[in-house]
Design a protein around this ligand. Structure first.
Ligand SMILES: Cc1cc2nc3c(=O)[nH]c(=O)nc-3n(C[C@H](O)[C@H](O)[C@H](O)COP(=O)(O)OP(=O)(O)OC[C@H]3O[C@@H](n4cnc5c(N)ncnc54)[C@H](O)[C@@H]3O)c2cc1C
Ligand code: FES
Ligand code: FES
Length: 1355
């Protein structure tokens, strides 16, 4: 133990800090403006401060847990010792306000604006069509901006790295990368820095082509329009802050007192140690990426927080003779940079450990987290799934712990982690540093991380393995196998390691290791996290990879070990992402089309620039009303229970609380829902976890949420029905059970040469719109009037249900929707749950009330895509022709009907996908369960119906042993054939899409190449699939197929356009302006859409079913035609006049310059009773071909290539349509390969945020992506020959699922397994690995179902 130096002076400082009753001044700068905050609250985040205190709403809240990047800002700090200014992208949602002393914060508003000047990062994302709903855009802009501030000449790999922590749910990422490629040195454009030959000065060649070539265009924007990027023009670090930083150290002692927490920033190590001694229970906070989550989501309260992040010793990096010592507060980014440098400068044999750490850091969170998270935080959190601890343990790292009396060194071995999130450190001790050793000459070390998603994800199993050989031999001297994710702590497989000591590195050792690991790394089948068989198998598979890697390295050292067979080599390769490339093809407008006519041209989303600057106003960006209150929901923690008592006494005593609300506070009807089978507030019983029981209203969000959590509810639990299988067993179904039948099943099955039966389960999906549900209700003070700002896809439904709740006629309720930060169906009907509650509160209190759901609440409460189970019997001929199909669908509807019946009907209408089946029966059962009601989601049941179809067609091919592509082609519909619901198909373009897709994807060559690849590789396999889709366009509820528009022409000639649809990123407003512009013959710049509101266009249908452009476009057309007719005589009178002249003349002549338009789709009306009548107005068609590569040992897969051919008729706007195709495809990719909702057997949703629920990220897009809009395919059923595009492309992502299945088939064949096999959706890494049966899976059989309680159940 080292003795501490004189502590008296430090004690004095501490005493001073401690005894201060008031808080210090917090000084920081935001966008160059100085802020002095005298009441900094330790529990407040930077995000809340920016949005609520400074009104800077450009920075968005998407998750509050560092998982989406919507809140990204740049922090800059002057470093006195290096005299450098460091810039970092960080998550404002996790950055504690109190940590910002003497920091410059730059937000999206600080770098440019539409009015002033856009920054090139803002302009390029907008012009390259990388902003749809725009909610993610400011965060992405700021990630890119921070990258450029640190590195004005980045490479594409740097850009990809910078975006690891950003999510977008709309765009599919491709256009963002394309736009930002122009900043890179290797992305095909110099970003304007080059002179001769630069596309930015000469004009983009591809774009030029598109102008000249009326046939086929391949560029959606012109890089010549981009402002050049000049790094010398960046905003400077505030000079005043520089001076302050020089004379007043940011690391000085600071103290801030809040309502529940005191923040103490010690100045020196001594002060820190004394504070820790005085407050052993104090939480140490450096990056706050663990503690922030604990406070926000685990309700932890820490009365004292110690913030030692700026203490010199804790940030020191010391190179010693046998390694590098990192201070515990070193950020992961900094550690990574130091290690990279060391790897470059030291001999490779010394840096094996460093390389293993770097490999883990590559997949550790996103850059915003790595920029603040400290290595000490990772160690001391002692998480069992820490990615670094296994490496530190395998590498035998040493830690220095310290308290006020001295320091001690401890080994990071299996004695350090003493239990779940516990370490051997004493409460008064802190971690000073970690020593990471150089590797030895005869040492090899590898690290592995397997997570559901490759980028920014927590691991399922993480491992590090180190072996030391006796010099010059292959005999094991020392072995450390360290695993995370296999126990409550990071563990060493000591027994196995001991068994292998002294053995030669060869086949025998491998056998012993595998059987020993299978025994030692056992897992309780009920273990948290589930996936028991997979996790166990991974311990073996990862060891096997290590085994092969070491064999190779030993051979390279000249030892005569067994040679690694060439077909095993790929198993040793480390994954390196490849920069994606893409092609978009569309038909250019016909020669001769006026340049003023923008229909058919790829014009930018009209709000894109505002979205990129943060100026676009979303619902929660509406400035606070002076007397506004905040609401938080009180929800059920039980899936099915009677409410015995509700105790609000403790909650009501909390600060800021104004009132609580329950069913008795509803002035109108408490009965609500699309089918009037729900309650606004639970009445005596709850039927799902998340069921709204009541609400708390307080002065701030924090107070309301704290109070809601303090309400005590007693329940009498009833048995819940959670899964589809439980519903089937208990016959828990909603009525009616739908049935479509055509042909003669019995005869069909008799004709068949073969009959097979099968099943598939398709998991549900969370919408994960980046903007969660939000409502602001403002009472207007007279006659029950209420104005609501809602993020809703269906203002009219919100209006009528709010009116119903308030007991007033609908004419008193005004719903206004400016824009929605993504909807995807999730804001169609379920939004009303929140809106009605908020309206009831505002009505009762006669004050404005606001509520924006937190991400976890939104996920818990609002439901998602219906999980489906499909069971089928299919009869087919030897040729592969399907002649009979009997299929039953079971959809998990949840605790209310909502839109489930229509969703099931659409599943039935798509049960044959694109195949002609002469004899068919489909039945649809809606399961009544105790889950939150599931609802509309892009595709609305169609994808589930088609997914089952693709499963049986794949089974047919597998059972015949022939290619699935041939069986699909053979069964494709032909023109004039009839669907099972007797609708004749006209204008069919399936075959054209199919043929173009086959040729563009080079299917035959790729197939041959994949077959060759598979024959040469045992542990990686490639697969291909080409899949068609046919998607019916119209609401299946006939009455919804109507739309209205209202167009005003003002005296100055400007036009205000309103229609029934809402803008949620899909570009609807842009398309409507294009339509009006063509009809009125004026430029788009004269037309403006302000919002969607129930007092301008009444009785609107939801913006859904992909039909909004068709319906509203026709209504806009109708209104504009009316106006044009009224202006006709003035145009004739003054043919040389301008638009303004005609408008003025008409006005003076007392002509009505307002008109409304209306449209209803003709000839619709299907009856289930007679199986007749037209269901759909027309169909959208498409075909996609995908190729993947799977890692048979881990279940990971790479999306190599996808080619999509989509029929969108004559596109109104190819940029928007391609954006919809790509965005829909990526959402489908999530549905079928990645996104997995986990529910406990008691019906509790376990995946409630981006940390545990993974939507596709930047790294998931196919390496090569081609999207082609079918040429010469006019559609006579919709506006200007266009077609709907929102939902149809989503299903094309199933091509990736079936390509994976194809690859698994090749893997199974290696083990002698052929014929159909079951693969449920999503094709997660777990499912892929388990399906690739081999010697490792055999050693880890799964526990017998029914013998244990699983962590999660398939619902
Ligand atoms: C979005 C997101 C993604 C993430 N991804 C990953 C991932 O991929 N892999 C992974 O392993 N982790 C991941 N994490 C977890 C987390 O980022 C890391 O554990 C990080 O290293 C914690 O560091 P911090 O400085 O932010 O910790 P803080 O939250 O500041 O502190 C964490 C804990 O460490 C203690 N502590 C910190 N420093 C000391 C010290 N010097 N002495 C004593 N105690 C100390 C604190 O008391 C506290 O309990 C992720 C977290 C988030 C929010
Ligand atoms: S809101 Fe901060 S990362 Fe999602
Ligand atoms: S544009 Fe990215 S989330 Fe909508």
């Amino acid at each position: 133990m080292e003795a501490m130096q004189d502590t008296t002076s430090v004690s004095r400082t501490m005493a001073e800090t401690q005894n201060r009753t008031g808080s210090d001044e917090l000084i920081f700068f935001v966008n160059g403006k100085k802020i002095v905050e005298r009441n900094a609250d330790p529990e407040m985040t930077l995000l809340t401060y920016l949005r609520r205190k400074l009104g800077l709403t450009g920075t968005k809240l998407g998750c509050a847990e560092g998982g989406c990047g919507a809140c990204t800002v740049m922090l800059s700090r002057y470093q006195p010792h290096s005299q450098q200014i460091l810039h970092h992208a960080v998550n404002a949602c996790l950055a504690p306000l109190c940590s910002l002393h003497l920091v410059a914060v730059t937000t999206v508003e600080g770098i440019g604006s539409v009015a002033r000047k856009l920054h090139p990062v803002q302009e390029r994302i907008a012009r390259s069509h990388g902003s749809q709903c725009g909610f993610c855009t400011p965060g992405i802009v700021m990630s890119m901006y921070a990258l450029l501030r640190n590195n004005p000449t980045p490479k594409m790999a740097d850009v990809e790295d910078a975006f690891q922590g950003n999510l977008c749910r709309c765009t599919g990422y491709r256009p963002i990368l394309e736009g930002y490629k122009t900043f890179t040195v290797d992305g095909g454009c110099c970003g304007g820095k080059g002179k001769n030959g630069c596309c930015m000065t000469n004009g983009n060649e591809a774009f030029q082509n598109s102008k000249d070539d009326t046939e086929e265009a391949t560029s959606l924007y012109n890089t010549a329009d981009f402002e050049p990027y000049d790094p010398t023009q960046e905003v400077i670090f505030p000079p005043e802050l520089m001076n302050l930083s020089k004379c007043q150290r940011s690391s000085r002692s600071l103290c801030f007192h809040g309502e529940r927490t005191t923040w103490l920033q010690p100045e020196s190590l001594e002060e820190f140690l004394l504070l820790k001694w005085k407050h052993p229970d104090a939480r140490v906070v450096v990056g706050n990426t663990e503690v922030g989550i604990e406070v926000k989501f685990k309700n932890m309260v820490y009365p004292v927080i110690l913030a030692p992040g700026l203490i010199t010793e804790l940030n020191a990096v010391t190179h010693t003779e046998d390694g590098i010592v990192f201070g515990a507060a070193c950020t992961l980014s900094h550690m990574g940079a130091v290690l990279k440098e060391a790897v470059q400068s030291l001999p490779p044999h010394q840096t094996e450990v460093f390389q293993a750490v770097l490999e883990q850091l590559r997949w550790f969170a996103g850059q915003q987290i790595r920029n603040v998270a400290a290595v000490g935080g990772n160690i001391m959190t002692a998480s069992p799934i820490s990615d670094l601890n296994p490496v530190f343990m395998a590498a035998d790292c040493k830690l220095t712990l310290m308290d006020k009396d001295g320091s001690r060194e401890v080994q990071m071995d299996d004695r350090f982690f003493t239990g779940y999130r516990k370490t051997a450190a004493q409460p008064q001790e802190i971690l000073l540093s970690i020593h990471i050793p150089y590797s030895k000459k005869s040492q090899f070390i590898s690290a592995f991380k397997q997570s559901p998603r490759r980028e920014d994800d927590i691991s399922i199993v993480t491992a590090a393995m180190s072996v030391i050989f006796y010099p010059g031999t292959d005999i094991v001297k020392d072995l450390r196998l360290s695993y995370g994710g296999m126990a409550p702590v990071t563990v060493l497989a000591t027994k196995t390691a001991n068994r292998l000591l002294g053995r030669q590195w060869g086949e025998q050792l491998l056998q012993v290791a595998c059987s020993s690991l299978a025994e030692e790394m056992s897992l309780d089948p009920s273990a948290p996290g589930g996936m028991e068989m997979y996790r166990r198998t991974l311990t073996l598979s990862l060891f096997y990879k290590f085994y092969l890697t070491v064999l190779q390295k030993l051979r390279l050292q000249g030892l005569s070990v067994e040679e690694v067979r060439s077909e095993y080599l790929r198993a040793t390769e480390i994954y390196h992402p490849e920069t994606p490339s893409s092609v978009q093809v569309y038909q250019a407008v016909p020669e001769g089309q006026s340049t003023n006519d923008v229909v058919g041209r790829p014009i930018m989303h009209l709000s894109a620039l505002k979205q990129a600057t943060g100026e676009a106003v979303y619902c929660d960006d509406v400035p606070l009303y002076e007397n506004e209150l905040y609401l938080a929901l009180i929800t059920s923690t039980k899936a099915h229970a009677r409410i015995l008592s509700v105790d609000v006494s403790a909650a009501e005593r909390l600060p800021g609380v104004v009132c609580c609300l329950f069913a008795s506070d509803v002035p109108g009807s408490n009965i609500t829902g699309m089918r009037q089978d729900e309650t606004i507030f639970a009445d005596g019983q709850v039927t799902c976890v998340g069921h709204i029981i009541g609400a708390m209203v307080a002065d701030t969000q924090l107070h309301a949420q704290r109070a809601a959590k303090a309400v005590k509810i007693q329940y009498e639990e009833l048995k819940p029905v959670v899964t589809i299988q439980e519903a089937i067993t208990t016959k828990s179904f909603y009525e009616p059970i739908r049935n479509i039948q055509s042909g003669d099943l019995e005869t069909g099955f008799k004709q068949a040469d073969h009959i097979l039966e099968g099943e598939i389960h398709i998991g549900g999906q969370e919408h994960f719109y980046l903007e969660t549900n939000v409502t602001l209700a403002v009472p207007r003070g007279e006659d029950g009037e209420m104005e609501l700002f809602i993020s809703s896809q269906s203002p009219s439904d919100s209006q009528s249900l709010v009116a119903n709740a308030l007991g007033v006629p609908a004419n008193r309720v005004l719903v206004r929707v400016k824009r929605v930060g993504g909807g995807f169906g999730g804001k169609e009907s379920r939004t009303t749950m929140l809106s009605t509650v908020v309206a009831v509160a505002a009505n009762k209190l006669k004050r404005p009330v606001r509520c924006m759901l937190d991400r976890d609440e939104d996920m818990l409460i609002t439901g998602g895509r219906h999980p489906f189970y499909g069971k089928y019997k299919v009869g087919f001929l030897q040729t592969g022709k399907v002649v009979a199909l009997d299929v039953a669908f079971y959809g998990n509807a949840g605790n209310s009907m909502d839109l489930s019946l229509a969703i099931m009907e659409r599943a039935l209408f798509h049960m044959e996908n694109s195949y002609r089946i002469p004899n068919v029966r489909g039945q649809g059962f809606l399961c009544r369960t105790n889950l939150p009601s599931n609802t509309a989601f892009r595709g609305f049941g169609g994808p589930q119906g088609m997914m089952v179809a693709e499963n049986w067609i794949t089974d047919v091919a597998h059972s015949l042993g022939c290619s699935a592509e041939e069986v699909r082609r053979l069964n494709l519909y032909s023109e004039g054939e009839s669907t099972p619901y007797n609708q004749v198909l006209h204008g069919l373009t399936l075959d054209r899409c199919w043929d173009e897709c086959l040729s563009r994807s080079e299917y035959k060559q790729r197939r041959a190449a994949a077959n060759l690849f598979n024959s040469q590789n045992r542990w990686t396999k490639r697969g291909l699939a080409i899949v068609p889709t046919k998607f019916g366009i119209s609401f299946t509820a006939t009455f919804l197929n109507q739309a209205g528009a209202l167009v005003h022409i003002y005296r100055d000639g400007s036009v205000l356009l309103t229609h029934g649809g809402t803008e949620m990123g899909q570009g609807l407003h842009t398309k409507m302006v294009q339509v009006a512009s063509r009809v009125l013959g004026i430029p788009c710049s004269k037309i403006y859409i302000s919002e969607t509101s129930t007092n301008t266009v009444a009785n609107t249908s939801p913006t859904a079913a992909s039909a909004s452009s068709d319906l509203n476009g026709a209504a806009v057309h109708n209104a504009c035609e009316t106006l044009l007719k009224r202006l006709e005589r003035y145009k004739t009178k003054d043919p040389e006049g301008s638009w303004e002249d005609w408008v003025k003349a008409a006005y003076l002549d007392r002509v009505n310059l307002s008109a409304n338009g209306f449209y209803k789709t003709p000839d619709l009306g299907y009856s289930f009773d007679t199986n007749s009548g037209r269901v759909f107005n027309y169909y959208s068609y498409g075909v996609a071909c995908s190729e993947v590569e799977i890692d048979c040992l881990t279940g990971a897969h790479k999306n190599l290539r996808t080619t999509i051919v989509m029929d969108v008729g004559h596109s109104l706007n190819p940029a928007i349509d391609i954006g919809q195709v790509e965005g829909g495809f990526m959402q489908g990719l999530g549905l079928f390969t990645l996104e997995e909702l986990h529910y406990s057997p008691q019906g509790v949703l376990l995946t409630r945020g981006p940390g545990s629920y993974k939507i596709p990220a930047f790294g998931d897009i196919p390496t090569q992506l081609t999207v082609s809009l079918l040429r010469d395919a006019p559609n006579d059923k919709a506006i200007f020959a266009s077609k709907a595009v929102g939902e149809p492309p989503l299903f094309l992502a199933s091509s990736v699922f079936y390509a994976i299945k194809d690859a698994i088939r090749a893997a199974r064949a290696e083990s002698g397994m052929t014929g159909p096999f079951r693969l449920d959706s999503p094709a997660s890494a777990e499912r892929i690995r388990n399906a690739c049966c081999d010697q490792f899976t055999k050693l880890c059989p799964s526990a017998e179902p029914g013998t244990f309680t699983p962590w999660s159940v398939r619902v």
